[in-house]
Write a protein of this length. Structure first.
Length: 248
């Protein structure tokens, strides 16, 4: 019975060790496959990131080109509008200058006519001397005042035209500076795939020792022989190893 028990324990321990080793090898194979899958997955993600990054760069380049064309078109429109307004301003100034020049000519003509009329009237009446000079001086003074007013109007018009031109320039510059250009955040750096972790080799579980089994069997046989001799159930001549092993 002792030998049978030792053999049974030896067999069960050996079977358990074999199962554990088989499980460890199977687990190692699964982990190695998982490592390969993770490597393939990381490589695929890396390739997708590179492709997507290229698409983003192409999109941003096309958008910048499109915005550049739009800004250039808007700038041309603003410049054209500015030139048109400046031309209108210059035309108005020329018209005002011409109107003032006609007024100057009209005042000068009226002054000459007034002086001639005063001299004729004075001649008809026989008036001479200081009285005639006073009338002529009064006409000249009024003519000078009218001419001064016209000249002030001319200067005021020119000053206003200059301020209007500066206002047009400031308005055009403000519109140019206010043209919106969309910006883009820099793309995140593409991360290279991380190396997959190493797979630990399967641990080898040692089975039961055969030498210990033989020692246990020998010890059991000796104990059984001693017991049989003491109980006088066997003759000394029958205590062979094979006979006792068979009985046990």
């Amino acid at each position: 019975m002792g030998v049978g028990s030792s053999l049974a324990n030896f067999g069960s321990q050996k079977l358990a060790a074999e199962k554990q080793n088989a499980y460890n090898l199977q687990r190692q194979a699964i982990e190695e496959k998982y490592r390969v899958d993770m490597y393939k997955y990381g490589t695929e993600i890396y390739n997708q990131d590179i492709k997507f990054g290229g698409q983003v760069l192409d999109y941003q380049k096309n958008e910048f080109d499109r915005q550049g064309r739009m800004i250039e078109k808007a700038r041309d429109g603003l410049e054209t509008n500015y030139v048109r307004k400046v031309g209108q301003l210059l035309q108005r100034q020329v018209e005002e200058e011409m109107a003032l020049a006609f007024q100057d000519d009209s005042v000068a003509r009226q002054g000459r006519d007034a002086k001639a009329t005063a001299l004729v009237d004075a001649g008809k009446r026989g008036v001479e001397g200081a009285s005639v000079d006073a009338v002529l001086d009064n006409i000249a003074r009024q003519q000078g005042e009218a001419a001064s007013i016209i000249d002030l109007s001319r200067q005021a018009g020119r000053q206003q035209s200059m301020w209007d031109a500066l206002g047009l320039k400031a308005e055009n510059d403000e519109r140019l500076y206010s043209l919106q250009v969309q910006t883009y955040n820099p793309s995140a750096p593409i991360q290279a795939p991380a190396p997959a972790g190493a797979v630990a080799p399967a641990q080898r579980v040692s089975g039961p020792s055969t030498g210990s089994l033989l020692l246990n069997i020998g010890s059991n046989i000796l104990d059984a022989g001693k017991t049989a001799i003491n109980n006088k159930t066997l003759d000394a001549s029958k205590l062979s190893f094979g006979h006792i092993f068979k009985i046990t």
